[in-house]
Design a protein around this ligand. Structure first.
Ligand code: MN
Length: 236
């Protein structure tokens, strides 16, 4: 019997096809969190932050936060409809794994943007510089107090420069992967415009136990253009 092309390859009925596409849409719409590439090469922050540390920090540590967060979507389906930033502001609704890995993903996404290669780092903008002088006395004094927060954080965590809800600059620190956007009673809340990762994985290969030296050298790679942009946004 001769088979026509139509019977050899019978297209799916139109209604079934539409139904299949519709059934797939929620899956497609469900945001899977992804690891963005570093915004510069892994050696771009040398000599202050070494290439191997950047590769391991981004490719393994940050990647693990992303994978572990994605693994939580199955049990917390509402995560798929939340932006990473919105998640931070309602983190108290979720379990510790979401808090640790959602925080870890957010904090590292931010951290990479807060550093830049030589020639692209800029300086604090006029309004930010004036506000730093007013809040802390000088840029040098702000850095000193920020470094004290970084060094004084026992164990793993972050130091932050934030804009508080009443539009003031403040320095704070958080343990683990918490951050100032989180709706947690122990967090001093505000919009982070600068943050330093003081987990040992961020510095141990080059600096070993010398967290203070890492914190001091880190100022050399801060992306002041990005900090100024975030300050301007937060002050609106
Ligand atoms: Mn880290």
């Amino acid at each position: 019997m001769h088979l026509s092309a139509a019977t050899q390859f019978n297209p799916l009925p139109r209604n079934l096809l539409i139904g299949l596409i519709a059934a797939c849409l929620p899956g497609l719409a469900a945001a899977q969190f992804t690891l963005a590439p570093l915004p510069y090469s892994a050696d771009a922050l040398e000599p202050h932050i070494d290439k191997l540390t950047m590769e391991i920090h981004h490719g393994r540590h940050h990647n693990a936060y992303v994978n572990n967060l994605n693994a939580q979507i199955k049990n917390n389906p509402e995560l798929a409809n939340l932006s990473l930033e919105a998640m931070q502001g309602q983190i108290s609704r979720f379990n510790t794994a979401v808090r640790n890995n959602g925080g870890g993903h957010f904090n590292h996404d931010l951290f990479w943007q807060l550093m830049a290669p030589a020639g692209q780092r800029g300086a604090p903008g006029t309004a930010l510089a004036a506000d730093i002088d007013q809040a802390f006395g000088s840029l040098g004094e702000m850095k000193k107090r920020f470094d004290q927060a970084a060094i004084g954080r026992f164990g793993s965590g972050w130091a932050w420069l934030i804009v508080t809800p009443d539009k003031k600059l403040a320095i704070t620190s958080t343990p683990n992967q918490d951050n100032p956007l989180m709706d947690l009673p122990e967090v001093q809340r505000g919009t982070p415009i600068l943050g330093l990762d003081v987990w040992e994985h961020a510095y141990y290969l080059k600096y070993q136990n010398k967290r203070g030296e890492y914190a001091t050298n880190w100022w050399n790679v801060v992306n002041w253009n990005e900090v100024t942009r975030r300050y301007t946004d937060a002050m609106k």
